[in-house]
Write a protein of this length. Structure first.
Length: 147
């Protein structure tokens, strides 16, 4: 699904109408203004068991560098502990230096650099193609190798 195809009805159906819900959403408010949110879903690892994936961590531009992101991540971690979660994963744009600095201060590891793990994705068209048996020629995704 492209961002242009995203709709509030999809969010409501997947998060509030489905049982169990596909995700949970934490919202940061200042007064009556929404200043940020964290959209997370549950995951499972055969190595570490219960995990969370942060799909979106967003802070309104005017509210950045004011502790909103840190507060959202702290609440995600608090909920993770309550649910017995032992691992939280997420992605960040390489160009987002402020977020990367925050994550480093929290002790988050860049798995591409530390373990050589790449983040991969199949979009809807490729999911269908692979399900039908179609493969593409091999392409190597870029990653800085662990040193």
């Amino acid at each position: 699904m492209t961002r242009s195809a995203w709709r509030w009805t999809d969010l409501a159906a997947d998060g509030f109408d489905s049982r169990p819900p596909w995700f949970f959403l934490l919202v940061a408010e200042l007064g009556h203004e929404v200043v940020g949110y964290a959209l997370c879903n549950r995951a499972y690892s055969s190595w570490t068991r219960r995990a969370l994936y942060i799909e979106d961590l967003y802070v309104a531009e005017a509210r950045r560098r004011a502790g909103v992101g840190r507060t959202l991540l702290r609440e995600v971690c608090t909920r993770a502990l309550a649910d017995g979660v032992t691992r939280i994963d997420w992605h960040v744009l390489e160009s987002n230096q402020a977020a990367r600095a925050l994550y480093a201060r929290m002790g988050a590891r860049d798995l591409c650099r530390s373990e050589g793990r790449l983040a991969l994705r199949l979009d809807a068209a490729r999911i269908l193609a692979v399900a039908e048996g179609s493969l593409l020629p091999h392409q190597e995704p870029p990653c800085e190798a662990p040193s």
